[in-house]
Design a protein around this ligand. Structure first.
Ligand code: NAD
Length: 310
């Protein structure tokens, strides 16, 4: 991939640029932010890391959307983050206005790119962009489940002491308190997680995963999480750039899968050079189906509010 732009050079955007450049995932990164100097400064700071960490990506930044020109992918991290006590849905009204500005820029200068959404509420904003642009869904998707799954794998590693390399987790549904960690698909080296941890401990881990973002925000107070979210973005970018056909939990616009349409929500999807190439339809038991549909109902409720604000 030649060029990736990142709109929003705040904590997640800057950190994502570091991971993407540090892993040499593209030749150029443009950082764009409305705060004068912020994106330019962040780009220069990361550029000066190149001789130390040995990457060849060229970075530049500014506040002008013309910098989006020739982007193969645009990562969207522009928007307000949560403050302690807020839910992701509380950000909807402010962030939809910001995303509309970003979409105008994308429409003008990067009409053939892919959009990877991070700004919250990510499921609702991904769906909004799908409707606003009219682009096919393989080019518009969002990051949530890679982060939530990584959080859950971290908690399992902390509890069992086993390597994170062998832990497989799958968190689906909306990116909020109703996210759906699928325990039947959670394994350590292919061995079901129930072999290692009691149901009570697993319930605690699920709860901690659901509150993963809020836990960090409550501790830091003036910043929500950004390291793991940015690394999750880079993981998805890596899968696409290298055409790996990885199956990652991705915020996808559904077209009948899981019995749903008119929504974007986290499901397993194949990521490759064409973006979101395929939705994987999982067999879910009654309990998982109920949790997933409960989560979907809340995302749909926010999508309904969106129609009223735009
Ligand atoms: P931040 O405040 O550090 O950065 C946001 C940046 O967006 C700011 O620098 C701001 O100036 C910029 N911005 C605002 N309007 C803009 C516009 N029209 N064009 C360009 N830039 C604009 O916030 P953050 O911690 O980096 O979080 C960014 C977003 O990502 C938030 O909405 C947050 O909730 C979300 N987030 C999502 C996940 C996820 O897993 N999906 C994880 C973490 C954070």
């Amino acid at each position: 991939m030649n060029k990736i732009s990142i709109v929003g050079a705040g904590r997640v955007g800057e950190s994502a640029a570091q991971f993407i450049a540090g892993n040499d995932l593209c030749r150029e990164i443009a950082l764009i932010d409305v705060r004068e100097g912020a994106a330019e400064g962040a780009a220069l700071d990361i550029q000066e890391v190149a001789p130390l960490c040995q990457f060849d990506t060229r970075l530049y930044g500014g506040s002008d959307y013309t910098l989006l020109k020739d982007s193969n992918m645009v990562v969207i991290t522009a928007g307000l983050p949560r403050k302690p006590g807020m839910s992701r849905s509380d950000l909807l009204e402010s962030n939809v206005a910001i995303i509309d500005t970003v979409l105008e820029g994308v429409h003008k200068y990067a009409p053939d790119s892919m959009l990877l959404f991070v700004s919250n509420p990510v499921d609702v904003l991904t769906y909004h962009a799908f409707i606003q642009t009219g682009w096919p869904r393989n080019r518009i998707f969002g990051q949530a489940g890679v982060l939530d799954s990584s959080r859950m794998a971290s908690f399992i590693a902390m509890e069992t002491g086993y390597s994170t390399q062998d832990i497989n987790t799958m968190v689906l549904g909306g990116h909020g308190d109703t996210m759906v960690p699928i325990m039947r698909y959670t394994t350590i080296s292919g061995i079901p997680i129930s072999h290692f941890l009691s149901q009570a401990k697993l319930d605690e881990i699920v709860e901690r995963t659901r509150n993963g973002g809020a836990e960090i925000l409550a501790l830091r107070q003036n910043s929500s999480a950004y390291g793991a979210p940015a690394a999750s973005v880079a993981e998805m970018v890596d899968a696409i750039v290298h055409n790996r056909k990885r199956i990652l939990p991705t915020v996808v616009v559904l077209e009948g899968e899981y019995g749903l349409s008119g929504i974007a929500i986290g499901v397993p999807a194949v990521l490759g050079i064409n973006g979101m190439e395929k939705v994987i339809s999982l067999d879910m038991n009654d309990e998982e189906t109920a949790l997933f549909h409960n989560s979907a109902a809340l995302v749909k409720k926010d999508i309904g509010l969106l129609k009223q604000t735009s």
